[in-house]
Design a protein around this ligand. Structure first.
Ligand code: GLN
Length: 483
C-alpha cells in the first residue's frame, strides 16, 4: 500500500479493498520499522490516527466523505496541531502543545485524513539539510550518508520511504522544492497567499508558504485542492477562487511555451544539465515549444534573500522570550537574565546567526543600506519573471545545483549551504508558484526538475508536471532499502 499514490489509495478505500484503519496500521508499522534509521518523525500520533481512521471508515460506510477521506497524512512540525507537540524543530518549543490547529491542519482533518504524526525539520525552517533540527538530522532514504534537504527534510524523506503517502511542507526559500528534489518526490510551493499561513509558525512572513509534498503531481493536485483557499484569519491569504485542479490535469501540451532561464543553465554542472536535457526532450515530444529566456537579476536573489529573511525572522522570533510559552531557563535572576538565558539556551546556532544578522541589518543607519536595498532588488527580480511570462507559459530549470550531499559536508560553511537554494529562492522573492518533480538519477541519487508558473497558475504547473509523469516513471521509484 505504501507504493500507491493518493488516488490509488482513495480508490482502494472506496472499493473496500482495505479500511482506513488497516491503511493507517500499515503506515504506522512502516514508521516503526524504518523511522529509527531515518529520523523523519519528531512525534507520532498513533492513537489520534487510529481514532480518526475509525471515524473515516464510518463516514465511508455511510457513503459520505471527501475523495481523500481515510487517506493518512503527516504534517511538518511547523503547523500547529491542537494538544499535540508543535516543536518547529527547536528546543525552544520542545514542550509546546499548540492550543489550536493551523488552518491547513484543520482542512485536512475536515476531509477526514488521519494524522500519522509530526515531521522533522530544520530549526524554525532555517536550513537546507535538516541538520539544524534540535531532534537531530534526517537521513536521505536513497543514501543514508546523505542529507534529505531542508527545511522540510522529514516530510520529503517520509514520503520517499513510504512512511506516509503524503505530507505538508513549507517553503520560504526552497524548503518544499529542494528536499523534494533530493529525495525524489514531487513538491509544490503555491503562489504566496494561495494557502493560509494561519497556525504555520512564522519564519519570514512575506516569503513563507505551505504546500503539498507527495509522489506525483496528481497527488499534489488532490492535496492542494484541500489546502488552498482564502482564510479570513490570514490577512495575506488571497480571496480568489480555487480551480478544480484534478479536472485541469489532462490538457495537451501542444503549443505550450516552456522557457529555459539561461542563467540557470549557465551555472549548472554538466551531469545535472544532461539529466535535464532528457526531460526537455520529453517535453518537445509532448508538443511543447522550448524557448530560451533571461532573468538578468537572478544572481542577486541569494544575497537579497539573506538580508530579507533574517530581518523578518529577527522580528518574528522576538516572541520567544520565556514569558508566555515554550522554553524558559532555570532560576532567572531578573527579567533581563530570563530573556538572555532563555534565548541563549533555547535557540540553536543557525537561528542565532540569523537573528543577529537581521537585527543588525534593521538597525538605524543600516536599514537603508541593507533592508531597503534588498527590497528594491526583490522588485527587480519580480519584474524579471513578469517579463518572462509575457513570452512563455512556464519556466523549466534545475531545482538544485547537485543531488543530495553528504551529512556534515556543508555544516561548517553557511554560505555553501545557502547556495544550495540558488535556483529556488527567486521564486519566493517574487511570490510565484513552483514545483519540483523527479527527473532522473545521478550516482543513484534523485535529480529534481523545477517548473515555475505565473501567479495563481498552480493548475497549469500541475498539468505540465502531470503530462511528464504520464510518460516517465521516475516518480514511481522507491529507494532500494524501503521497497
Ligand atoms: N534554505 C533556506 C533557508 O535556510 C530556505 C528555508 C526555507 O525555505 N524554509 O532559509
Amino acid at each position: 500500500m505504501h507504493t500507491y499514490t493518493l488516488k490509488e489509495l482513495a480508490t482502494g478505500l472506496r472499493a473496500r479493498h482495505y479500511s482506513s484503519r488497516e491503511l493507517v496500521r500499515h503506515f504506522l508499522d512502516r514508521i516503526a520499522q524504518h523511522n529509527p534509521a531515518l529520523n523523519a518523525f519528531i512525534t507520532l500520533t498513533e492513537e489520534v490516527a487510529l481514532a480518526q481512521a475509525e471515524a473515516a471508515d464510518a463516514r465511508l460506510a455511510r457513503g459520505e466523505g471527501h475523495w481523500l477521506t481515510g487517506v493518512p497524512i503527516a504534517h511538518k512540525d511547523i503547523f500547529c496541531t491542537l494538544g499535540i507537540r508543535t516543536s518547529c524543530g527547536s528546543k525552544m518549543l520542545d514542550n509546546f502543545l499548540a492550543p489550536y490547529d493551523a488552518t491547513v491542519v484543520a482542512k485536512c482533518q475536515q476531509v477526514g485524513m488521519p494524522l500519522l504524526g509530526k515531521l522533522n525539520m530544520d530549526e524554525f525552517a532555517m536550513g537546507s539539510s535538516n541538520e539544524t533540527s534540535f531532534y537531530g538530522p534526517v537521513k536521505n532514504p536513497w543514501n543514508l550518508a546523505c542529507v534529505p534537504g531542508g527545511s522540510s527534510g522529514g516530510s520529503a524523506a517520509a514520503v520517499a520511504a513510504g512512511l506516509t503517502p503524503a505530507a505538508t511542507g513549507t517553503d520560504t526559500g526552497g524548503s518544499i522544492r529542494q528536499p523534494a528534489a533530493l529525495c525524489g518526490i514531487t513538491g509544490l510551493k503555491p503562489t504566496y497567499g494561495r494557502v493560509s499561513r494561519w497556525g504555520m509558525i512564522a519564519f519570514a512572513s512575506s516569503l513563507d508558504q505551505g504546500g503539498p509534498m507527495a509522489r506525483s503531481a496528481e497527488d499534489c493536485a488532490l492535496l492542494l485542492q484541500v489546502m488552498a483557499g482564502f482564510d479570513e484569519k490570514d490577512s495575506t491569504s488571497v480571496d480568489v477562487p480555487v480551480p478544480d485542479y484534478i479536472a485541469g490535469l489532462n490538457q495537451s501540451l501542444m503549443g505550450m511555451r516552456i522557457g529555459l532561464p539561461k542563467e540557470f543553465f549557465d551555472q549548472l554542472d554538466s551531469a545535472m544539465a544532461r539529466a535535464l536535457e532528457e526531460a526537455i526532450a520529453e517535453y518537445r515530444k509532448l508538443g511543447a515549444e522550448i524557448i530560451e529566456i533571461s532573468l538578468p537579476n537572478i544572481n542577486l536573489s541569494v544575497p537579497a534573500y539573506y538580508v530579507i529573511a533574517p530581518c523578518e525572522c529577527s522580528s518574528n522570533l522576538a516572541r520567544y522570550d520565556g514569558v508566555r510559552y515554550g522554553y524558559r531557563c532555570q532560576n532567572p535572576k531578573d527579567l533581563k537574565d530570563l530573556y538572555l538565558r532563555t534565548r541563549a539556551e533555547g535557540f540553536g546556532a543557525e537561528v542565532k546567526r540569523r537573528i543577529l544578522i537581521g537585527t543588525y541589518a534593521l538597525s538605524a543607519g543600516y536599514y537603508d543600506a541593507y533592508y531597503l536595498k534588498a527590497q528594491k532588488i526583490r522588485r527587480l527580480i519580480a519584474e524579471d519573471f513578469k517579463r518572462a511570462f509575457e513570452t512563455v507559459d512556464v519556466l523549466l530549470g534545475p531545482t538544485t545545483p547537485t543531488p543530495a550531499f553528504k551529512l556534515g559536508e556543508k555544516l561548517g560553511d553557511p554560505v555553501a549551504m545557502y547556495l544550495s537554494d540558488i535556483f529556488t529562492i527567486a521564486v519566493n522573492l517574487a511570490g510565484l508558484p513552483a514545483m519540483s518533480i523527479p527527473a532522473g538519477f545521478l550516482d543513484g541519487k534523485p535529480v529534481g526538475m523545477q517548473l515555475i508558473g505565473n501567479y495563481f497558475e498552480e493548475g497549469k504547473l500541475l498539468n505540465v508536471a502531470h503530462q511528464y509523469q504520464r510518460v516517465t516513471d521516475w516518480h514511481r521509484k522507491l529507494p532500494p532499502g524501503f521497497a
